[in-house]
Design a binder for this molecule. Sequence first.
Ligand SMILES: O=C[C@H](O)COP(=O)(O)O
Length: 264
Amino acid sequence: MAAARTPLMAGNWKMNLDHHQATHLVQKLAWTLKDAKHDYAAVEVAVMVPFTDLRSVQTLVDADKLELGYGAQDVSAHTDGAYTGEISPVMLAKLGCRYVVVGHSERRQYHGEDDALVAAKARSAFGQGIVPIVCVGEGLDIRKEGRQVEYTLAQVEGSLAGLTAEQAAQVVVAYEPVWAIGTGEVATPEDAQEVCEAIRGKLREMFTPEIADAVRVLYGGSVKSGNIAAIMAKPDVDGALVGGASLDAEEFAKIVRYQSHNVG
Ligand SMILES: O=C[C@H](O)COP(=O)(O)O
């Protein structure tokens, strides 16, 4: 069955760029893509920015009617109440967020987030009409033992628990092998395909073949303009979650425009 999934290139800025710098980068990215006559319906583009940048990005996107999507990098599992320091999905919806990253390996590692909490955050985002980009992926120890598929699928099962069929059909899953994040150590296209294909198989088992076919599975980990085309050539990779390279508007635009490069 042929899948018609629109590729998604999402830039995860992590804890970089204040709201002035955010405006500058989004403007430059939008101009660069406009100059290249980028078709957003062919490859969707989004930036996942610090909470403090959201209002500035929203104002710019609305004023200039940009087709660029944006979102946050985390969300509370709760909608309101005594949760000091947390940000509600209601607040993110008000700021026009299309997406929110949940369960990034840095949240799992530095904030002790487990699959149950990630699933609660994914449901919380959907509750306000925001699509979660749910991150999964193994560390180097697991990869060395050859257990990357088994480990990642267990994370998928736990992190998507409790989603309705309608939500599951819209969710975005990002496979990010932790050993490839920010290290320059990119997984081979075959490594990415192996796990992304297995994730789709797991979605088929948890939900339905139609849902599995609709879900976009992204790859993340040292993605650059020089390696994206080969990764995107794999049938089960539907885009990328890009960290460091998304902080450079021209480089990120080249990643978005991967179809204009040759597959290396
Ligand atoms: O969310 C993005 C990933 O953690 C990848 O980061 P990176 O592209 O800097 O390796």
